[in-house]
Ligand binder design. Sequence first.
Ligand code: AMP
Length: 279
Amino acid sequence: MEVFTTRAALAEYLNRHRSAGKTIGFAPTMGALHQGHLSLIATAARQTDLVVCSIFVNPTQFTESKDLENYPRPIESDKAKLAESRCDVLFLPAVDEMYGQDEKWHIDLGQLDRLLEGEMRPGHYQGVTQIVKKLFDAVKPDKAFFGQKDYQQVLVIQRMVDQLDIPVELVMCPIVREADGLAMSSRNIHLSTDEHQQALALSRSLNLAAAEFPQKSLAEIRNDALRFLNDSRGVDVEYFEICDSRTLEPAEADAKNGLVALVAARVGKTRLIDNIILR
Ligand code: AMP
């Protein structure tokens, strides 16, 4: 695996491979890699010739300074995991490689910037799009691989790609879970054993919604899920919503397809999100 820390060296290497006719797949991450991340790389390796993974803890997308400070950065073990995966290139820039002084960025994300994660973490998606645009410029991937785990993020990036006419195809990969159902996340390492058990309420609330979906109204399903979450010890719910899967606007009461249920909650000090596509 090649490792680059500058955009120029990365571009030079990738240009050579692109000129030789190779297609490039890209999976951006913030590191602390787990099987969820590695599944993106495995999918990229099946669909493209050369797989690039970036690890960059992007300061502009954090809305809490403690969260940024405490974000795990186990770089040596990440490198070892990538070396054993089908990753060909690791891009590992420092903050000042990606950002100049006082950079301005704004993109119109419409309601996506105001709903759900947009509402709970104001400015988060501006930071996400700012860095993903820079990374797309550096890598120029044919395909970019993102996890359904961050469902709203995929819609946000697709909107940016459409608006700025970026020639990349986005591929959304399924959520990888622990055997007990907890969606894998770099933040899970902050959970104590007890909190890990409590955090299972998120995936259970989504499974409950999926089980009720054929019989009950969306309002009843949402109420049942919220009651379940509120009754779960140690879980501080931020939202549980059933939304149009393309816009994330609240679903029409009688909608039967194109729906996604999304949940966010705090367990102890750790904020967790999860979702399920209702079929
Ligand atoms: P992060 O490092 O949290 O920014 O995540 C990098 C990429 O990995 C994003 O596209 C995430 O959606 C994806 N990802 C994170 N957790 C999972 C998971 N459990 N299953 C699938 N993809 C994931």
